[in-house]
Design a binder for this molecule. Structure first.
Ligand code: HEM
Length: 515
């Protein structure tokens, strides 16, 4: 204080000027020394529209070609939306492993928000404690091994029904995709509410409604690229998806009401011990639970039903159709699968889920099918909750991040002869191939916090249905028909031309087809 008091006023001014100069210079030096991160490279596109006019309909192919030009991390602008596309194990690992928590949000769209009850589900909900609660319930309780074991009977009924149906069409051409979709939807529906509510889906076209809903969720929407124009709903996607959604929602309301009536009736007739359980019943019990760590709202119940119906149906049935197409194109692989089935099951019996762990070649066929034809070729896009760095580039908050597994699964630097269908590569004995998402070059179910929670059910359903199809029947492509493997990009990647083939019976006891 004394010293200050003795200094003349001009000295204060000089002191503060010098101090400001030193701070200013050190900030400039620091800024110059810190390398400024750039956005990833990428094509220019047009003013305002960005790359929208050049996307085409086969997004996975467009993105793969751009990856060949710009490398494993590049950007495009779709209107006002910045998108980054990743396609090498290194950069993907930075996102789904090193910075998984930052990239744990989905990039919601107008359509996905409507279809998921405003993001009250697992697929599009934001990463927060409520989402973690739902995901835990979904994975450990609803799709845990004991729940799946208990519901095997319901899946078996769905498979047997379809085997009977195909047997009725022996010698004629069968649309395999359609039969597969029906088995998967019926199996899914009976697991969800078949134990307690009968007959709600018969007469209502759940399969058709889900198909249309998925198509609209996957369609590029101007409202997402130019949010200021969303109120115009230029492509009428919002109007159309609301219509589909309302019909499915009404079906859920009906099912829930019936479930409640049945539970009340059973309680009053004191038959609750005989009650058959299903996922809906389990969810309704959580809805009424007093335990805050597991209680859920009725909207969350319906959003989870939607997740199972949407997430589990098209993915599983498309993969089945691709697997059958590859087997029909590769008779030696078909023969090997059928021989394995004779050894493990025998021609005098039907496949059951207890046989599945012994069907190693069949498992390799399904893994190879998913390598070449991943159901979500670009996974489900993620969105960083803060600005960050990937592959040495700047990634702003809220960028839409695509992971191009289609390109990685076909990359010749990662796979030998990547375009060949060779199930044996999954039987090499050295690598423990699985769907955990730890090996970044093989991600059919994604990886990290947002990886598919339906893997246990998907794995069982794929093996069980495919094994039953090729064990019960020999299949032949109709004369003059050539199987092609052209894809259509949508939210899931489907086969463009439906697969048709002619079945003939294989089992030695014909009564098995009528069981
Ligand atoms: C062949 C069958 C299936 C395939 C190939 C598949 C694949 C995938 C993929 C790639 C994702 C995104 C993962 C990521 O972004 O990292 C996903 C998410 C999801 N899948 Fe599956 N799936 C299948 C079956 C199922 C089934 C049977 C269910 C439910 C019963 C299901 C429910 C979900 C849900 C709820 C999500 C969103 C997860 C989240 O955002 O946290 N999936 N699936």
């Amino acid at each position: 204080m004394l010293i200050y008091a003795r200094l003349p006023p001009e000295s204060y001014a000089a002191f503060y000027t010098a101090l400001a100069a030193i701070i200013g210079i050190s900030l400039i030096v620091k800024a110059l020394r810190t390398p400024r991160l750039l956005l990833p490279p990428g094509p220019r596109g047009l003013p305002v529209l960005g790359y929208i006019p050049f996307l085409g309909t086969q997004l996975h192919l467009t993105f793969t070609k751009l990856g060949d030009l710009y490398g494993p991390i590049y950007k495009i602008w779709l209107g006002r939306k910045l998108c980054v596309i990743l396609s090498s194990p290194d950069v993907v690992s930075e996102v789904v492993k090193d910075q998984d928590a930052i990239f744990a949000n989905r990039d919601s769209t107008v359509a996905s928000m409507i279809a998921t009850y405003g993001g009250n589900d697992i697929g599009f909900g934001d990463y927060n404690p409520e989402w973690r609660k739902l995901r835990k319930i979904f994975m450990h309780k609803m799709l845990g091994n004991s729940t799946l074991d208990a519901s095997f009977g319901l899946r078996r009924e769905a498979v047997k029904k379809s085997v009977r149906e195909v047997y009725g069409k022996i010698g004629t051409s069968v649309n395999i995709g359609q039969v597969g979709r029906r088995i998967v939807i019926n199996g899914m529906v009976s697991m969800i509410w078949g134990g307690s509510v009968k007959g709600v889906v018969e007469g209502s076209d759940l399969q058709g409604l889900l198909g249309e809903l998925m198509e609209l969720v996957g369609a590029p929407n101007v409202s997402d690229f130019f949010p200021a124009l969303a109120w115009l709903d230029l492509q009428r996607i919002e109007v159309r998806i609301k219509k589909m959604f309302d019909q499915i929602d009404r079906m859920f309301d009906l099912v829930i009401a019936r479930n409640q009536e049945n539970m009340e009736e059973e309680a009053s007739s004191q038959e609750s011990s005989k009650r058959s359980t299903d996922l809906l019943q389990y969810l309704m019990e959580l809805k009424d639970s007093d335990d805050a760590s597991s209680s859920i709202s009725i909207t969350q119940v319906k959003a989870m039903l939607m997740d199972i119906a949407v997430g589990g149906s098209d993915t599983t049935s498309s993969t089945l159709e691709w697997a059958m197409s590859e087997l029909l194109l590769h008779p030696q692989a078909m023969k090997t699968v059928q021989e394995e089935l004779i050894q493990v099951v025998g021609l005098d019996d039907l496949v059951t889920e207890s046989h599945l762990p012994k069907l190693h070649y069949l498992d390799a066929v399904i893994k190879e099918t998913q390598r070449l034809h991943p159901a979500f070729p670009l996974l489900v896009p993620r969105r960083p909750s803060q600005a960050t760095e990937v592959g040495g580039y700047f990634i702003p908050e809220d960028t839409k991040v695509f992971i191009n597994v289609y390109a990685m699964h076909r990359n010749p630097t990662l796979w030998d002869s990547p375009l060949e269908f060779r199930p044996e590569r999954f039987l090499d004995g050295e690598t423990n191939w699985n769907y955990s998402g730890k090996d970044m070059k093989y991600l059919p179910f994604g990886s990290g916090r947002r990886a598919c929670p339906g893997i246990p059910l998907a794995e069982r359903s794929l093996k069980y249905v495919l094994a039953s199809f090729v064990h019960c029947f020999d299949w032949e492509v109709p004369k003059g028909v050539k199987i092609d493997l052209e894809e259509i990009f949508g939210i899931t990647m489907r086969k463009k031309e439906p697969l048709a083939a002619i079945p003939t019976p294989r089992l030695s006891i014909l009564e098995l087809y009528d069981e």
